[in-house]
Design a protein around this ligand. Structure first.
Ligand SMILES: Cc1cc2nc3c(=O)[nH]c(=O)nc-3n(C[C@H](O)[C@H](O)[C@H](O)COP(=O)(O)OP(=O)(O)OC[C@H]3O[C@@H](n4cnc5c(N)ncnc54)[C@H](O)[C@@H]3O)c2cc1C
Ligand code: SF4
Length: 533
């Protein structure tokens, strides 16, 4: 994004807030605080890019967090491009932009099933923030939404790709409700007042490599330009590795390294938004915020099993916005032998990623070559489902350090009976659906997605890391907002909820900030439908 001409602050200036990380959690906070008149600096470990930098070539894409993470447990997770991004915009640079809201029942999963944790608030608390985020980032989707008829998406749905059209036929055949998916992709030229104009999606299908035209919502084309215009400074290539505390235990300065040089930004408050792996890593490394012993605990990642098949029709799975159909009919299936539920989404895929996924699932040699030769006839769908927290799944610091001198994170993950039963249920359903429309050579890819839950929020300081607004129970001027604060995984893909939490955390902070009246309290976006052209 364009950073020329932005306001700059001195390291010795005590800025009102430092925001660490510019992804789904950090960017809305940066924008909201800057719009309220605060002096804010974002420190981002990744580089700065512009949409034109993204190659329409999966082997050349370079927007991932690729520092080594050690993976352990019975079903160790694959890190890298699968679940973490890096750069000004964080993981939203290469996310899929599939953005359902939470099913309200998921926020009370412990009360319903006795597993994971309840959220400290209900859906009514998130709803106004969801509506503001959707209006601002430009979410396309159906009106009405079958599972929530009152919901209105601001933009018309994006075009359906071939997998979506085939999945619709399959759902019709089996009596499953399906509809256009909520997608943070603008289906028409879109300009929210005060934000940049974004052109309509051209259905190229390269969302996971970074959208070259800015039709896909990423933080660098939405919240971050608003933040910079309001006076925020963003420092790319700035890796945070320490904090300096004052005599009262408050953070007085953030220590970071840029171009090999250690620097120190003084500040009054810190918003830690580095994601569910790097946030606990930094807290464990610096030894703060962990009186509960919960930092790094409750690591979760969604059940994200996919089924691919071959069709007589030409599918061309690289074309079109990949995830353009959804069903939420399985959020609480009547025959479930598991807690929670899952949604199903249609999938598109670019060729090398398909090859890698098939190889990882055990397909090799001639079988793999033969499958890939039929690439233009491949279609897929996948689930995204609840993962319950378990003491077996956690993050700790390993004995090895990386080039930053900080110990590498080691993440233990074992899929439990709940995830296994859910995956089995999803496979049976997706198999029936694909068979109903004549797919052959069905292939299951067992996988997990997203990094969630290592600094959970809660009312009880002995059992959680932050309060219900994201403020550390231990360090008065430290706030956390990213994937890490989720008390349970929820079945919905996480980014929309993180952005909503970002605005909520920022506004709770502003209300608690004694200087807030002087600083003003202008909402980033009013809760109205945006101007489109
Ligand atoms: C391939 C892929 C597809 C996805 N698709 C979807 C989807 O379709 N829908 C959905 O809802 N979600 C999706 N997600 C997940 C979604 O992108 C993340 O859940 C979300 O972006 C997480 O937000 P966050 O703020 O926790 O972290 P991030 O967005 O990852 O941002 C964290 C930022 O902090 C920076 N950082 C980390 N450590 C430091 C440090 N020490 N110093 C300075 N900066 C640091 C990182 O470089 C990064 O930019 C997808 C993710 C991936 C990887
Ligand atoms: S399909 Fe649309 S949103 Fe995705 S990269 Fe292409 S233009 Fe961007």
């Amino acid at each position: 994004m364009k950073l020329d001409g932005m306001k700059r602050y001195g390291n010795d200036e005590i800025v009102d807030a430092v925001v660490i990380g510019t992804g789904a959690g950090g960017a809305p906070i940066l924008a909201r605080l800057a719009r309220a008149g605060l002096r804010v600096v974002a420190l981002e470990a990744g580089r700065n890019t512009t949409p034109e930098d993204y190659p329409a070539d999966e082997s050349a894409a370079d927007i991932y967090w690729l520092r080594e993470r050690l993976s352990a447990g019975e079903t160790p997770e694959a890190f890298g491009a699968n679940n973490s991004g890096s750069g000004v915009g964080g993981s939203t640079l290469h996310w899929g932009a599939f953005c359902p809201r939470v099913d309200p029942r998921d926020l009370r999963i412990r009360s319903e099933f006795g597993v994971s944790e309840n959220w400290p608030f209900g859906y009514e608390e998130l709803l106004p923030y969801y509506e503001r985020v959707e209006a601002f980032i430009g979410v396309s989707g159906p009106r009405p939404y079958p599972w929530d008829p009152a919901r209105r998406y601001p933009l018309e749905p994006v075009l359906r790709n071939a997998s979506a059209q085939m999945m619709q036929r399959a759902c019709d055949a089996l009596g499953v409700r399906a509809t256009d998916a909520p997608a943070a992709v603008v289906s028409q030229t879109f300009a929210y007042p005060g934000a940049d104009v974004r052109p309509a999606c051209i259905n190229c299908g390269y969302c996971h490599q970074g959208c070259r035209i800015g039709a896909k919502t990423s933080m660098d084309v939405t919240y971050l330009p608003v933040a910079v215009r309001a006076g925020a400074e963003i420092r790319p290539d700035a890796f945070v590795h320490g904090f300096e505390l004052d005599a009262n235990g408050k953070i007085a300065a953030v220590l970071y390294r840029r171009d090999g040089v250690d620097e120190r930004q003084r500040c009054a408050n810190v918003f830690l938004c580095a994601g569910a792996v790097e946030t606990p890593r930094l807290l464990l490394h610096t030894g703060i915020g962990n009186s509960s012993g919960q930092v790094g605990r409750n690591y979760m990642c969604h059940v994200a099993t996919q089924i691919w098949g071959l069709f007589e029709d030409e599918m061309r799975p690289n074309k079109g916005y990949p995830s353009s159909l959804i069903t939420e009919d399985f959020m609480r299936p009547a025959d479930a032998d598991f807690a929670g539920g899952y949604l199903v989404q249609s999938l598109g895929i670019v060729p090398a990623t398909l090859g890698q996924n098939l190889a990882r699932s055990g397909m090799w040699g001639d079988a793999l070559v033969d499958y890939l030769q039929r690439y233009n006839h491949v279609g897929g769908m996948g689930i995204n489902g609840e993962c319950v927290s378990s003491p077996k799944n956690y993050l700790e610091l390993s004995d090895e350090t990386d080039e930053t001198g900080v110990r590498k994170p080691k993440i233990y993950f074992s899929t439990g009976p709940n995830e296994q039963n859910m995956a089995r249920h999803g496979i049976a359903l997706m198999t029936k659906l694909w068979e109903a429309v004549g797919a052959s050579r069905l292939t299951t890819i067992s996988r997990n997605a997203h990094t969630i839950g290592t600094c959970r929020m809660g009312d009880d300081a002995s059992d959680s890391v932050v309060d219900d607004a994201g403020r550390s129970h231990d360090v008065e001027n430290l706030w956390i907002c990213d994937n890490s604060v989720f008390p349970s995984s929820l079945a919905a893909n996480p980014a929309l909820t993180i952005m909503a939490l970002g605005l909520r955390t920022a506004e709770t902070f502003l209300r608690s900030e004694p200087r807030a009246p002087r600083l003003g309290n202008e909402p980033l976006v009013p809760p109205t439908v945006p101007v489109t052209a």
